[in-house]
Write a protein that binds this ligand. Structure first.
Ligand SMILES: [Zn+2]
Length: 418
């Protein structure tokens, strides 16, 4: 099958599945998962044979996947070969290699086939903009690096796709982006906010936040500027995990991923994902680093796919502190809300755990002193209420647009080795 046929097939399947009842969907999903476990998973040397049940398989994570990269893809491609391919054109034969951003040593690699690339494209179009497809769309993707996934679309006639390299800085391609006049923009929230503050001349029909956690504080700024509701695409090296529907529900991509959830405290969960429609790199019961809040109610749109209320942040950014009663964990959303609720003039900040008992709150000097003092007090009061033995220090400094790394307003920057 050629690329466009793959994309069209995936588009149609994604739309078809979205109209099923939940019971019919679960039946379809169970059969698709079973086919994956019997037919695809055993082809990866790490597994070798089909399990009786999914839950008989061990939980996997990035460290294991990277340590035994060649055992998790069916072509026995080694991590060294993949890195070498990535340093060149990002291809190894007919395979596309990509990597997540992140500190070196912590980057994740992925390998996908041509067919999978087109299937991914079809699925994302079916979820993100089914109504815009036939009217001709111009999609601007602004991410820290070209992952190779987008090359497929660039060649198709249905859509025009342009990639803008965030690492070069927005000013280097501002003119080109405005001239492209995108109907769909996919970018990290900090970049969308930068467009707002710098008054970029853009008039998209749909705007998606991607690649970083969307902080509630950025949403109104972006929505006011574009006069559009802000949608989200939750994707990572590991795949496409959730996309906002036209009714505003952030639906899990359960049509290509089987999710299990582990409780993470404060009503949050972390997902284990099994990507049952990917056949090149096998990922089963893979533990993601993200903290999610699941919705209790189904979405008005009628899709059987369950929804997220919020992608809260990363497990890595949970503050781990000590108290007289033992360890205390405080999740990023609780910390963020404490700072933001202290004073409504605060719409940007950084809160970083820098040591076992040290936390630093940074606020730009442009904020009023009493607002800064209130935020400082609120952060300290939250930790005190949890009996955490930690001191919050207030730093007044500008918060520049960081293009080289993901923005995390709440971040634990402790040495992991200890
Ligand atoms: Zn929906």
């Amino acid at each position: 099958m050629n690329g466009l046929a793959e994309a069209a097939g995936s588009f149609a399947l994604t739309r078809w599945v979205s109209r099923k009842s939940r019971a019919d969907f679960e039946h379809w999903q169970a059969a698709a998962l079973r086919r994956f476990l019997n037919g695809d998973l055993p082809r990866a040397p790490f597994y070798g044979k089909a399990p009786a049940r999914l839950i008989d398989l061990p939980v996997t994570d990035k460290a294991l996947l990277m340590a035994r990269f060649e055992d998790f893809n069916i072509h026995h491609l080694t991590a060294a070969q993949a890195w070498a391919a990535l340093a060149g054109e990002g291809r190894a034969g007919s395979l596309t290699i990509g990597a997540s951003t992140g500190t070196s040593g912590n980057r994740g690699l992925f390998v996908i086939s041509e067919a999978e690339k087109y299937r991914w494209l079809g699925a994302i179009l079916a979820k993100a903009a089914p109504d815009l497809l036939w009217r001709g769309m111009r999609v601007a993707v602004i991410l820290p690096q070209n992952t190779g996934l987008y090359d497929s679309a660039r060649k198709s006639r249905l859509i025009r796709l342009a990639f803008f390299d965030l690492t070069l800085g927005p000013e280097s391609w501002r003119g080109a982006l405005e001239a492209f006049d995108p109907t769909i923009i996919i970018a990290p929230p900090k970049v969308l906010r930068h467009f707002a503050s710098e008054g970029f001349r853009l008039r998209p029909k749909r705007v998606f936040s991607a690649a970083e956690t969307l902080d509630p504080v950025d949403r109104p700024v972006i929505e006011d500027f574009f006069r559009l509701p802000l949608d989200q695409i939750y994707m990572a090296t590991e795949g496409l995990f959730a996309v906002t529907c036209r009714q505003g529900g952030l639906h899990l991509a359960e049509d290509s991923v089987f999710f299990e959830f582990e409780p993470a405290g404060e009503g949050l969960v972390t997902p284990l994902v099994t990507t049952f429609r990917r056949r090149t790199q096998i990922m089963a019961r893979y533990r993601m680093n993200d903290l999610l809040r699941l919705s209790k109610a189904p979405c008005r749109c009628g899709s059987p796919l369950r929804c997220l209320d919020e992608i809260v942040g990363r497990m890595d950014d949970v503050f781990r502190l000590m108290s007289p009663d033992g360890p205390v964990l405080v999740t990023p959303d609780v910390l963020r809300n404490a700072v933001l609720k202290a004073d409504r003039r605060i719409d940007d900040f950084r809160l970083v755990q820098t040591g076992p008992d040290r936390v630093e709150l940074s606020l730009p000097p442009t904020f009023a002193d009493d607002a800064a003092a209130a935020a400082h007090q609120a952060a300290q009061a939250l930790l005190d209420a949890r009996k955490a033995l930690a001191t919050v220090t207030l730093v007044r400094a500008p918060l520049p647009l960081e293009i080289g790394r993901k923005l995390r307003r709440v971040e634990a920057r402790l040495e992991r080795a200890r």
